[in-house]
Design a protein around this ligand. Sequence first.
Ligand SMILES: [Zn+2]
Ligand SMILES: [Zn+2]
Length: 415
Amino acid sequence: MDLTIEQSCPGCGADIELHEDDRMVRCPFCEVDNYMLEQGARRFVLPWSLPLAIDESDLFFVPYLRFKGAIYYTTGEKVKYRLVDATRLGIGNDRLPASLRLRPQAMKVKPVVADMTGRFLPQTVKTEIVFSHATRITTLFAKEKEGNIYNRAFIGESISRIYQPYYIHQEQLFDAVDNNPLGEFSSYRIDQRSGLAAKTSWEPRFISTVCPQCADLLQGERDSLALSCNNCETMWVEQGDRFVPLQWSLVKSERRGARYLPFWKISLSSPDKNLETLGAFLRLTNQPVLVRREYDDIPFSFWIPAFKVNPRTLLQLAEKLTVIQSRIPEGTTGRLDNNYPVTLPLKEAVQSIKSVLAGAALYKKRVYPMLPKIDTSPGVTSLVYLPFSGNSHDLTQEHTLITVNAAALKFGRKL
Ligand SMILES: [Zn+2]
Ligand SMILES: [Zn+2]
C-alpha cells in the first residue's frame, strides 16, 4: 500500500496531497510544477494531536524503517521473487511495537521539516539488519537452506523512515497519535534526550521543471522519472540536484493510436565474453533459435522495462525482448506523444540484470554459477520507446509480438 503524503507546495505553501511515487508536484492553487529531488531515504512523521497540557516541544519521535518493493533471488532451480511492504523499528528496544502495522496506510503522513520541535531519535540498528527482520516477516528467506542463492536484488525499491511520535506525562509514556497511555516510561529504557532536532537537510527539495537547453517547460506525469521537452525534443533525468540529458530514441509505429512504452537498453561496460555479442548471448543461454552469423556482429544489450510492473511481468518482458532484440528497428528522436511514463530508474533496471540473465537461461547449470562473477556495471545506456497497440486487456509490440497485460501496467501505478 502506498503512503499518502501531506506536502506543502514549494511555491505558494498550500497543502497538497501526494502519493508516495509522485515526483512532479503540480500545485492546483498556484499551478506551478516542481520536481522533487531524489535524496535517499525520505523522512515522514505520523500525525499527532496533543492534549492541552502537552506542548509540541515535549514530543519525541521513534524511527521505523519502511521497505516497499520486490526482492528477486536466484536459487538452485529458478528465479524467484517476493513483494515486500513492511515497517520495522529502527532502534534496539523490545518493548516498543516491532512494526507500525497498518498505521502508515491508514493516515496521512507528513515530511519532516526543520521547524518541527521535538526530538528525533537516531536509528541505532543497521538498515541491513532491520531489513532482514522485515523480510523474515514475509518468509522471504525461508527456503534459503534448500539451495544456493546465486543472486539477490531489491527492485522497485523504496526505503523511508517513518517516525512515530510519543510524549511523557506524569511518568507515563503516551502514544501521541491516539493519546493512549502505554505504561511506566522508565520501563521502556528509552533515552529520549539523545534525540536530534529536525534538520533542513531532511526536508524534501525541489527544482523547477524548465528545459535546461531551451527554457521551455518540461513535460511529465506525476510519477515520471524522465521529463521530455517537446520543443527541442530532448529528455532529462534528475542527477545531482539538476536535470541532465538522457540518450533516448523512439521506434515509430505506422499504426494510429499506438502507446509508447519505455525500455532501458543497457550494454555492460566490461562484459563477460559470453555477453559481448547477441550471438554469444544466444549460445550461452541456449536459445532454441538459429544463431545467424550476423548476430556475432551485433553488440549485446539487455532490454529492461523502464516502468514498474509486477515481478513476473518485468522478468518476462525483459527476457523475451532481450532474446529477440534483433527484430527491433533503430529508433529516431522526435515528438513524444501517447507515451507511458518512466517509473523504474536505470539503477534498478541494472539491478535486475542478473535475474533477467538467469531467467533467460535454458541451460541453467551453466549460467547460474557464473552469476556472482558477472560485472553488471552499465556501459552505453539509452531509453527506447517501443510502440504497443491493442485493446484494454492486452497490448502487443508490433515488431516483436511481445504482449503486456494492461492490468500489469496498472499494478505499477496504483492510485
Ligand atoms: Zn502552489
Ligand atoms: Zn527544450
